[in-house]
Write a protein that binds this ligand. Structure first.
Ligand code: NAI
Ligand code: MG
Length: 355
């Protein structure tokens, strides 16, 4: 299979982890007889420094013409004081919006070897395997007006969703549940918010179309508690933008390190952008200590969701699992025994476990 991938390393640790993910993909291409070509582009602070904008139209065009996009991370203290419309994260918001990437998938899975590294008790965390399906291009983060009023004495943000926007993300949640354990938790705040009441109606209507999926409605506040008391309860969780942002960050700490968590953002044509959940980690950039596994597992999600290469995706996931099982880990992971290695050695270890 021939695929063309746009890589946007971004800032901080972005370039280091991108180098690792590309090496792993090249190994997969060789072992499974595919041809992957890569093209590098600029986003975030790196793009601002070179072009004066965090994402230029030429790069956006190249993203649209690629088969998928891999992104590192953006941001850093260097750009904290520039005009807010030009800040690195604007590049990220722009590419998500322009490509229509409305479905953000964040799998939260515990690796057995890392259960002791979880802040939760072993008995609680074991068996956790959740897929968050978060709406990414609507809701409070994009609603207008969003402004100060009355000379700074009041402020407004706007939560707006169209019926179509809710329907497509909810439908995605049902489809994802069918491919997994068949259970869907829809999270809202229907006791207070009108937007949540409409969300619930749409979930109920979709539920009639997908009787094989077992659906439950849950309020966001009690879901926040249940993620800590009984994370293994959840299979697929579908929710709107803000709730999904907060709950998936909460769930991410259950697994022990943010350096392990991948994500995919998809549009209605199945086009995808893949990036680690963590940021640019400027405090550890350039030291060969960043954990490359979140980026590598994001590349595995690309193989699965964009290229439908499930066997290849599983080969990468199994290699990560086996490297950890043998105790090989970067310094961010709290391990008993095992062998502490740098970023480059971690990448090489994963490659050596791919068969
Ligand atoms: P962060 O995720 O970059 O780092 C938080 C902490 O986790 C740091 O101590 C960092 O060293 C550590 N860490 C993160 N990823 C790691 C990895 N793979 N291996 C080992 N340790 C890792 O979040 P923070 O510090 O809040 O933000 C730093 C910058 O990143 C900011 O400019 C922020 O705006 C940006 N950011 C970008 C995101 C993106 O590009 N999607 C998401 C979140 C933050
Ligand atoms: Mg977040």
């Amino acid at each position: 299979m021939k695929k063309h991938i746009l890589t946007l390393p971004g800032d901080g640790v972005g370039p280091e982890i991108m180098t690792g993910a590309k090496a792993v993909l090249e190994k997969i291409a060789k072992d499974f007889n595919h041809e992957f070509t890569f093209e590098d582009g600029l986003i975030g602070g790196a793009a601002y420094d070179a072009t004066g904008t965090p994402l230029d139209d030429a790069t956006l065009e190249r993203a649209k013409n690629a088969d998928a996009v891999l992104l590192g991370a953006v941001g850093g203290p260097k750009w904290d004081t520039i005009d807010k419309t030009l800040r690195p994260e604007q590049g990220l918001l722009k590419i998500r919006k322009e490509l229509g990437l409305f479905a953000n998938l964040r799998p939260i899975k515990v690796f057995d070897k890392l259960i002791p590294a979880s802040p939760l008790k072993e008995t609680i965390v074991s068996g956790t395997d959740i897929l968050f399906v978060r709406e990414l291009t609507g809701g409070l983060y994009f609603g207008r007006p969003s402004e100060r009023r009355d000379g700074g004495n009041s402020v407004v943000d706007t939560l707006i969703y169209t019926k179509e926007e809710i329907e497509r993300i909810v439908e995605y949640g049902f489809q994802a549940a069918k491919l997994r354990g068949g259970r869907l938790t829809s999270v809202d705040k229907a006791n207070v918010l009108e937007s949540s009441r409409m969300w619930r109606e749409i979930v109920d209507a979709k539920s009639a179309e997908h009787p094989e999926v077992k659906v439950e409605h849950a309020l966001v506040d009690s879901t926040a508690m249940k993620l800590i008391t009984n994370p293994a309860h959840f299979d697929v969780v579908v929710t709107e933008n803000l709730f999904g942002d907060i709950l998936s960050d909460e769930a991410s700490v259950i697994t022990g390190s943010i350096g392990l968590l991948p994500s995919a953002s998809l549009n209605s044509e199945g086009f995808g952008l893949y990036e680690p959940v963590h940021g640019s980690a400027p405090d550890i950039a350039g030291q060969n200590i960043v954990n490359p596994l979140a980026m590598i597992l994001s590349a595995a999600m690309m193989l699965k969701y964009s290229f439908h290469l499930s066997e290849e995706a599983e080969a990468v996931e199994a290699a990560v699992d086996n490297a950890l099982k043998d105790g090989i880990h970067t310094p961010d992971l709290d391990f008993e025994g095992g062998r502490k290695v740098g970023t480059e050695e971690m990448v090489e270890a994963v490659m050596s476990y791919i068969k």
